[in-house]
Design a protein around this ligand. Structure first.
Ligand code: B16
Ligand code: MG
Length: 222
């Protein structure tokens, strides 16, 4: 059998930047006069910046803003978000991630990043994670946001792998859907209730053994 490849989402899978997105969106909602809960925030995970703003405005009951005003609001949120991630350090890599990436390197498994974020390069630089990836596909590369499969299909192409050989690691329902639509197996990372469509779900990377995971995945359908 040909070797497998792994494609990783970034926010919420390798690093906990989801909390910084949430803080920045919550602050934006506050300036617009409404509260934005963690439950509302679940809907933004894996979704592009402008689509996230549309969801936030819908939650706040704000309709019909001109495009230019929407761009300004998204820019404001991004400035606050970037201020948070500019202070990130390698200590914010999620537990078990480095060990798992080292296991893949030792097993000569090719890896790609498949993130919707335009800030992925800054996050990779701040955390020192860039050296683990053979290809990087992010919000600056893609034209269609998750749940469109584009980000993962481009990842497979960059690794010169067929979709059937790729395993995606995702923390967001939109990302799981994107992976499945790409014809790939998907390991949901996090809450099984939110990620029930994934091929399988793990709570995180702590104590995760690549060879064991690979054996389990081979027996499961997408
Ligand atoms: P940015 P991922 C996604 O990253 C986040 O999950 C999502 O919440 C965010 O809106 C999106 O990136 C765009 O991020 O505003 O930094 O371009 O999970 O696909 O790595
Ligand atoms: Mg994510």
């Amino acid at each position: 059998m040909k070797s497998l490849c792994c494609i990783f989402d970034l926010d919420g899978v390798l690093v906990d930047t989801a909390k910084y997105h949430y803080l920045a969106w919550k602050r934006l909602a506050a300036t617009l006069g409404f509260d934005f809960s963690e439950q509302h925030n679940e809907r933004l995970k894996g979704v592009s910046r402008m689509a996230s703003l549309d969801i936030l405005l819908e939650v706040g009951g704000i309709k019909g803003l001109p495009e230019e005003e929407k761009r300004d609001l998204a820019e404001k949120k991004n400035t606050w978000y970037v201020a948070y991630i500019n202070r990130m350090t390698p200590s914010e890599i999620l537990p078990g991630v480095l060990d798992f990436l080292h296991q893949l390197k030792a097993a000569h498994v090719k890896t790609a990043l498949g993130s919707a974020s335009r800030n992925a390069p800054l996050i990779l630089k701040r955390t020192g994670l860039a050296c683990f990836f053979d290809a990087i596909i992010d919000g600056n590369t893609i034209t269609r946001a998750k749940p469109d499969p584009e980000v993962f299909l481009l990842g497979a192409q960059a690794l010169d792998a067929s979709a059937g050989r790729c395993i995606v690691f995702e923390d967001a329902a939109a990302g799981v859907e994107a992976a499945l639509r790409a014809g790939m197996k998907c390991v949901g990372v996090g809450n099984p209730n939110l990620l029930h469509k994934a091929t399988m779900v793990v709570p995180g990377f702590e104590n995760l053994i690549w060879e064991e995971l690979k054996s389990s995945l081979i027996t499961l359908k997408n």
